[in-house]
Ligand binder design. Structure first.
Ligand code: ZN
Length: 148
């Protein structure tokens, strides 16, 4: 268990200090802003979707280690996936952090480190902010996403 905790901290801190796919995407991109007022996390997710595939995805923002690492790892997990696959990963990730998953996380890979946040309900919003924002960007529209 302590190994898992170390892995959890190492992975999350690594992505927090050096976020992957950080920055804007040039237009025409879909983008959406998300905000978690409880913690003060802000994220904007940008993506290009072509022929139902998420061909590129980036994010910008500022927030705590959990929200930044989650956004960073999300971009790695979703890039190159079909929209349907991405939505499935979002669903599984959400189940993982809220503790409702059936135990089959094989295809979540490194994202499984976020299982630890289920012990901290306030952190679940940090961990899912970028994902909800991604989901909203897929659906289109302009309203910023709020976890509240
Ligand atoms: Zn946060």
């Amino acid at each position: 268990m302590s190994d898992l905790r170390e892995l959890y901290q190492e992975t999350i801190l690594g992505h927090y200090k050096k976020p992957r796919n950080f920055g804007k995407l040039p237009p025409p991109s879909r983008h959406r802003e998300g905000y978690n007022p409880l913690c003060g996390d802000k994220v904007t997710v940008y993506m290009h979707v072509k022929d139902d595939v998420v061909t590129d995805i980036r994010f910008e923002g500022s927030g705590c280690a959990i929200s930044t690492a989650s956004a960073s790892m999300m971009t790695e997990a979703l890039k190159g996936k079909t929209v349907a696959e991405a939505e499935e990963i979002f669903k599984r990730f959400h189940e993982l952090v809220t503790g409702k998953e059936a135990g089959d996380n094989d295809n979540l890979g490194k994202l499984a480190v976020f299982a630890g946040v289920r012990e901290f309900p306030a952190r679940v919003k940090c961990a899912t902010l970028a994902w909800h924002t991604f989901h909203a960007a897929l659906e289109g529209g302009e309203q910023p996403v709020s976890t509240e």
